[in-house]
Write a protein that binds this ligand. Structure first.
Ligand SMILES: [Zn+2]
Length: 205
């Protein structure tokens, strides 16, 4: 599949696997040519064609695409500029993670799978209006240089990967970790992260 076909397939996955509803959320990848491929704004994921996929340079200039790019293009571009290893980004609105985003809380790395996939505590970026430069900056600042996911206050989650498959894995592990934290709390305990030493050992495997 070429880059545009990968974006189309990922859009169907985003909606049909329950990562968001309606036309919400958005997806991007960094192509082999260094250009950024991004879903169009407010479009049914089942109807997106190759002509609708936006192609941008890192400065945000629209190079290809018949439609307006996703409103969150600045958020995607800011992450690609700061994290050269990021090859794909999915922005989701999943319920368990969203609960933490609404409380403004962190999701601790409580399992080895969480450490190896999320790589750093998942923190909540301060609220910014959708599509704003403020939200893009808050998101990239809070994400930092290590974490593969960040929560957006009262809104959703942003998940990174080397490619789209890895970004979806990040989104899945984030959601499962949030759910596990809620279950632990419902049993009367507080979810504790794995010790720093163990985290370091896991990350060097
Ligand atoms: Zn959103």
């Amino acid at each position: 599949m070429d880059e545009k076909q990968q974006i189309i397939a990922a859009g169907k996955r985003l909606i049909h696997e329950g990562y968001t509803t309606h036309t919400w959320g958005n997806i991007s990848l960094r192509g082999a040519d260094g250009r950024i491929y991004l879903t169009p704004s407010s479009m049914d994921y089942d109807l997106i064609t190759k002509e609708d996929v936006a192609v941008l340079d890192l400065e945000g200039n629209l190079l290809e695409g018949a439609r307006k790019p996703s409103i969150e293009k600045d958020l995607h571009l800011e992450i690609y500029r700061r994290r050269p290893e990021a090859g794909a980004i999915v922005h989701t609105h999943p319920m368990e993670s969203l609960a933490f985003a609404c409380m403004g809380e962190e999701i601790p790395l409580i399992t080895d799978a969480a450490v190896m996939t999320l790589r750093d505590t998942v923190r909540t970026a301060p609220y910014g209006l959708p599509g704003s430069k403020e939200l893009a900056a808050n998101c990239a600042d809070t994400l930092g240089n290590e974490a593969m996911a960040v929560l957006l206050a009262n809104h959703g989650a942003v998940c990174l990967g080397a490619d789209l498959e890895a970004a979806f894995k990040t989104a899945k592990v984030l959601e499962l970790t949030a759910e596990l934290c809620r279950k632990i709390r419902s049993m009367g305990a507080e979810p504790e992260p794995l010790p720093e030493k163990v985290q370091k050992a896991l990350l060097s495997m």
